[in-house]
Design a protein around this ligand. Structure first.
Ligand code: SF4
Length: 198
């Protein structure tokens, strides 16, 4: 399959890139493989915040790898990690929101929803915590897997902020102290300056 340039932009670490390229060689050719491959390569290289098996149970983790990368052999380098943080109470809410908006094109959307929800427990940018290569890749992942949710983020709000704002609004809570974004002191926390995109 052809790997988009955003996915192969070199960031300096050979192991990381070697893992990603190996995954792409083993990929079945689905649209999600670039994104799952980025996250899996980063996780295997010890990047990002994803816990053991990227937050999936063992059977579903293996199923995801077999589905996306049937040509992958000897996954002995797949690392252990910390278990999912049980204090992450909103995990099911985030997962549920994502699944409400899934494209219904592939079973892969369900694994991706689980992984993105787990990634939301990180404290850095969501794309980075997930092990994606850029924020543009996260936007593309969201558009592919959860298109109606992605379309609703028509002002380019940071994804984690946007997801949590959707949950608050669904609960009837006011997530924002300011009457509008234009007059809000937290503007920079919610919106990504164009120059910050990689
Ligand atoms: S910029 Fe302020 S008003 Fe707009 S979403 Fe963020 S916190 Fe809410």
């Amino acid at each position: 399959m052809t790997v988009p340039e955003t996915a192969i932009a070199a960031d300096g670490l050979d192991l990381h890139q070697a893992l990603f390229r190996r995954l792409m060689r083993a990929a079945r050719g689905g649209l999600n493989e670039v994104f799952v491959g980025q996250m899996l390569a980063s996780w295997m290289a010890g990047r990002g915040v994803l816990p053991a098996r990227m937050g999936l149970d063992e059977a579903r983790f293996r199923e995801m790898i077999d589905w996306h990368f049937p040509g992958l052999s000897g996954a002995g380098e797949i690392r252990e990690g910390e278990a999912v943080d049980g204090r992450f109470e909103e995990l099911d809410d985030v997962r549920g929101l994502l699944l409400q908006h899934r494209a219904q094109r592939s079973r892969s959307e369900i694994w991706v929803a689980d992984i993105v929800a787990v990634g939301c427990m990180g404290s850095d940018h969501l794309w980075s915590d997930l092990g994606l290569f850029s924020r543009a890749d996260l936007s593309a992942l969201m558009a592919l897997n959860f298109p109606t949710l992605a379309a609703a983020n028509d002002r380019n709000m940071k994804w984690k902020r946007f997801i949590y704002k959707q949950l608050c609004e669904a609960e009837g809570m006011r997530a924002c102290r300011a009457p509008s974004c234009e007059v809000c002191a937290d503007y920079r926390d919610c919106f990504m300056p164009a120059e910050a995109e990689r």
